[in-house]
Design a protein around this ligand. Sequence first.
Ligand SMILES: NC(=O)C1=CN([C@@H]2O[C@H](COP(=O)(O)OP(=O)(O)OC[C@H]3O[C@@H](n4cnc5c(N)ncnc54)[C@H](O)[C@@H]3O)[C@@H](O)[C@H]2O)C=CC1
Ligand SMILES: O=C(O)[C@@H]1CCC=N1
Length: 263
Amino acid sequence: MHEDAVVGLIGGQGWMGRSLGLAWLEQGLLTPERLVISSRSGGNAYRDWPRVRSVQDNRALAELADVIVLSVRPQDLGGVDAEVQGKLVISLLAMTSCQEVASRVGSHRVVRAMPNAAAEIRRAYFPWYASPQVSDADRRLVQALLESCGTARELTAERDLDYLTALSGAGPAYPALLAQSMLEHARRMGLDDDIAREAVMQTLVGGSLLLEKRDGDPGEMVERLIAYDGTTAEGLRAMIDGGLCQVVHQGLEAAHRVASDSR
Ligand SMILES: NC(=O)C1=CN([C@@H]2O[C@H](COP(=O)(O)OP(=O)(O)OC[C@H]3O[C@@H](n4cnc5c(N)ncnc54)[C@H](O)[C@@H]3O)[C@@H](O)[C@H]2O)C=CC1
Ligand SMILES: O=C(O)[C@@H]1CCC=N1
């Protein structure tokens, strides 16, 4: 069934929905005939794929599809009127347990997955957890669908997904905050805006790629640069003494608290 499974994407024009839908089509994972989407906001993300079906009614979508992907905001789950009758459901919703999804849609074959904003460029970290009713064949399909947008990883405990919602789900916003803060400082120092932007972007992207390439402990790079005892060490020491690590931990704890609040 999985080789020719039809996927129904509820919220298919939204940020995460269209990232996944377009990745499946562009990577040839699904033919357009095997994708059905629904949306409330309109949009034309699939203009290059006219054979993708678009429906208004989620009941109709649930009838057409073998696998249903829920990509609406958590507060909109109550408005998703779809009885999926035991079909495989993949939920991307933060703050919403497998149990809550199961009771809402009428299937216990539920996978909960957590993308992040980098799904848009296919560089998301995409952990997922499957309820016991999900078969091995389902799991293989889920892995293939999610890794189209980055690194997908099955977890063995659902609670880890609550934590990862705060760490990796929200994560792309954290370097954005760091970039904003560096940019503000560079402007205050009188740098031309173009140069300031370019310097911040190239530094954060280059630094992240370097960390990825070394594939090691980021602490090792920090220690090495502190031991170098130059300008970088002075900047790092002031940030550490100023409580940067504690502030990051506080932020993660606050996001984790909210992520663990089931709706
Ligand atoms: N955007 C992000 O960075 C992340 C989002 N998520 C989760 O992904 C899910 C989707 O988020 P986004 O794509 O960012 O939201 P979004 O607001 O961009 O897209 C949601 C889409 O759902 C549609 N929608 C709402 N009710 C509907 C209904 N009854 N039937 C059909 N479509 C309906 C809306 O029209 C909209 O197009 C959320 O549950 C969120 O918690 C998780 C991690 C990261
Ligand atoms: O901010 C949110 O609630 C969603 C879940 C994690 C990232 N975005």
